[in-house]
Design a protein around this ligand. Sequence first.
Ligand SMILES: Nc1nc2c(ncn2[C@@H]2O[C@H](COP(=O)(O)OP(=O)(O)OP(=O)(O)O)[C@@H](O)[C@H]2O)c(=O)[nH]1
Ligand SMILES: [Mg+2]
Length: 271
Amino acid sequence: MSLSKINLGIIGKPNSGKSTLFNTLLGERASPVGDEYGLTKSLFISDFVHKNYNFAIVDTPGLRRKSRVVKKIELEQNYEVIKVIKKVETIVLLIDSLENVTKQDFRLADLAINKNKILFFLFNKIDLIEDKKKFQTQIKKLLKNNYNKYKLINIEFISAKEKYNVKKILDIIIKKNELLLKKIQKQKLNKFISYLNKRATFPKSNKIEIKPKYIVQIDYKIPKFKVFLNIQRKTPQIFQKFFDNAFRNYFKLNGIPIIYNFENSKNPYVN
Ligand SMILES: Nc1nc2c(ncn2[C@@H]2O[C@H](COP(=O)(O)OP(=O)(O)OP(=O)(O)O)[C@@H](O)[C@H]2O)c(=O)[nH]1
Ligand SMILES: [Mg+2]
C-alpha cells in the first residue's frame, strides 16, 4: 500500500523548541538543540512514518523581529523560512509557553493563512507550566478575543522535550489534512443556504441585506466554493467574515483553509 504524504514545516521564534520537536518526531538527534538563541542556522529536512502517512518535516532557523535583524545571514534565513511556508501544506508555529504570543508570531501566522495552509499554534514546554488546565483555557480565550482568524487555526499544547502530546498532535494533523479533502454534496450545500436564510439576519450593503442564494464547490485540494449573492457590488469584508463563520460552524470545518469566490447574482441558478 502506498503512503499518503504530509509536508510539515516547523517555524517560530528562536529557542521555542523547534529542533527539539524535530528530533522527537524523528526519534533521533538529527538537528542540534540548545539554549543558544538562534542555534539552527539552516534548514534540516527529514521524514518519518506515522499511521499510514509519510511525514516530510522541515526544521527552520528561529525568526527574529525584522527590526532586530542585523546580519545579512539572518535576512537570508528569514527568506528561507518564508519559502518553507509557501512550500508545505501544514505549518506548526511553535511558541514557548513561558513567553507571550508576539506580533512576530501573528505575522508568521498571517503569512501562513494567506497562503492557505493548515496552521497550528503549538504551545511548547507545557511541562514548565504548573496549572496546565488554567493556562490552556487562558490561551484559547486570549486568541479568541484578540485574533480574528481564530476559527482558521488549531491551538494545541505539547512538551517536545518530555514527548508529551506529540503523538496526539500528529493524529490531529492527519485529521485536518483529511478534512482538507472534504467534498460537500450539492444537496448539503443547498440545505445550508436555506438554513442560513431562515435563521440569520445578514450584514447590509446600501441598506439591503446581503444574502447568499446558491453555493457550489469548485475545487477539492483545498475546499473552494463559489457563492452567489443578491448584490452586484464588491462583497464587503464583514459579509465574508460572517459567511465564513456560519459555514465553518455548520460543516464543522475549523482549523483548515477554505476559499470562497463571492459572485453577484447574474447567474442561471438564482430565482
Ligand atoms: N522544559 C522544556 N524545554 C524544552 C522543550 N523543548 C525544548 N526545550 C529546550 O529549549 C531550548 C531550545 O530548544 P531548541 O530545540 O534548540 O529550540 P529552537 O527553536 O530550535 O531554537 P533555534 O534553533 O535557536 O531557533 C533547549 O534548551 C531545549 O532543551 C520542552 O518541551 N520543555
Ligand atoms: Mg533549532
